[in-house]
Design a protein around this ligand. Structure first.
Ligand SMILES: C[S@@+](CC[C@H](N)C(=O)[O-])C[C@H]1O[C@@H](n2cnc3c(N)ncnc32)[C@H](O)[C@@H]1O
Length: 357
């Protein structure tokens, strides 16, 4: 099988697909294979490792690129471990990856109810990989520094087996995060917000509550030809200091201006029209208190109306979907173009795409 399994945040599979289309060629795709969110499978005409290399280098929306070796239904009771063992023994391409001089490790993600643990899965898969070779040519296991990593992911009754080309560190863990904001947005989700906002090279992009700067930084990477300085604001001097450190570490500090300011008074801070407002709002869970949210959201939305250009777009991420919809109803002059639910840790925030009515 010449297929790549890509993982990403649940709810942005189509955005990851659109980005991937710009980076590599593939003949066919499946979004959410077997109904599993946060995954897509690409069928390629070329060596999948070359395509994977490109994605590992350039993609900003995917977490891992895995050369897919098998995908099958797995039982939830203890016989599921036999399903894994037998499906690995059936693989005929293992010699492309393993031999007696190569060490390997199996990493596993398990979601759902099963009569076995992820440790059981890794143990059985590791044994099957070794048993696939004659005793004199068996590859050795090295859990700390393996030359090759196999992934065996069991999600409900689906099992994905493949060779992980990304390594143990997911691509969403960017090296630039020197300052860790307490409610930092996953960089891949930030990149998806920017893709959905359709930024052009002339756009003035503003994140009015930028925290550690993830959205402005990802925006600078995704739009290297942006003619205008991206603007990031936050009420907290500590976060603005952190955002500056992150931008410096990312090497994009010259493309972003960070400033302490109150997003409720956006119209007093920015004295020209804004084309794209992209913002991960406080949810009232980790940052801020719920009782403050209504006033914050309301004042913020009213102030955006005064500075948004006539064809401007607002892209917001929040778990407070009901509050947001009530406010949009009250304000009336902002129309909801699109809404989608995404997965972010244990939360399911909504992305709202707004335009002037
Ligand atoms: C969810 S966090 C943003 C996290 C950010 N996207 C990141 O990845 O680091 C929301 C931010 O809104 C800021 N904030 C809250 N009220 C604000 C206000 N009135 N004006 C500007 N920023 C505000 C908080 O300080 C917090 O950093």
């Amino acid at each position: 099988m010449r297929s790549l399994l890509l993982t990403t945040c649940p709810g942005i599979e189509d955005v990851a697909l659109a980005e991937t289309e710009r980076l590599i060629f593939f003949s066919h795709y499946i979004l959410k294979p077997m109904g599993i969110q946060g995954r897509l499978i690409l069928t390629l005409n070329e060596d999948p490792s070359l395509a994977a290399e490109k994605l590992n280098k350039f993609s900003r929306t995917i977490h891992r690129a895995v050369i897919l070796l098998a995908l099958f239904n797995i039982r939830r009771d203890s016989s599921g471990l036999e399903d894994i063992y037998h499906n690995i023994l059936k693989l005929n391409s293992l010699e492309d990856y393993l031999n007696s001089k190569v060490t390997f490790a199996v990493r596993c993600e398990r979601l759902g109810k099963h009569e076995y643990t992820s440790i059981d899965i890794a143990r059985v898969a590791g044994k099957a990989l070794q048993d696939s070779f004659p005793i004199t040519r068996r590859p050795k296991v090295n859990l700390d520094f393996p030359s090759i990593i196999f992934r065996v992911d069991v999600i409900g009754t689906s099992c994905f087996i493949g060779v992980c080309t990304t390594g143990d560190r997911s691509l969403h863990r960017r090296g630039y995060r020197i300052y860790d904001h307490p409610a930092a947005l996953k960089s891949t989700l930030a990149a998806a917000l920017i893709f959905l906002s359709e930024v052009s090279s002339n756009s003035l992009v503003v994140d009015p509550m930028c925290g550690g700067g993830t959205i402005p930084i990802e925006c600078a990477f995704l739009n290297p030809n942006l003619k205008r300085i991206i603007q990031g604001f936050d009420i907290s001097p500590k976060h603005i200091h952190g955002a500056k450190l992150n931008a410096l570490a990312a090497g994009v500090h010259h493309k972003i201006s960070f400033q302490v300011a109150d997003a409720k008074k956006l119209d007093e801070i920015v004295n020209c029209n804004i084309d794209r407002i992209i913002c991960n709002l406080p949810y009232g869970i980790r940052v801020g208190r719920k009782s403050f949210l209504k006033k914050l959201y309301s004042d913020f939305l009213f102030s955006t109306l005064k500075v948004l250009s006539s064809d401007g777009k607002i892209t917001l991420l929040t778990t407070q979907a009901k509050l947001m919809k009530n406010l949009l109803g009250e304000i009336g002059s902002l129309k909801l173009k699109c809404e989608r639910i995404v997965g972010h840790g244990n939360l399911n925030p909504h992305i709202f795409l707004l335009e002037k009515a």
